[in-house]
Design a protein. Sequence first.
Length: 104
Amino acid sequence: MPIVLMEFSIFPVDRGGSLSPYVAKALDVVDRSGLPYRLGPMGTTIEGEYDACMAVARDCFEAMAKDCDRVLLQLRVDYRRDRRGAIDSKTASVERELGRKLRT
C-alpha cells in the first residue's frame, strides 16, 4: 500500500461563524485513528497508507454530516514511492536549508 501525506480541511458551512466545536469533533476522529498528524490553522495533515487516510477523511465527513446539513471537505494527497516519515522530514529539509528551526 502506498504511504501518502494527506492534507485536508473540513467544516460545516451552515453553522455560523464559530466552527471550532465542529473542527474539534473531526480532529478527535483523526486523533483516534492512530495515524501521525499535524494540526495547522487551515487544515490537518495526516500520514499513512492511502486507504487509511481516505478512511479518516470519510469518517470525519460522516461524523460532521450527522449534525450539519452542508459540509465542505477539501483534501490534497502527496504520494512519493520512496518516502516514509514525510510529515516530519519535509519540514526538517527546509530547516536544514535555512540553517535554523522554523517557528511553528
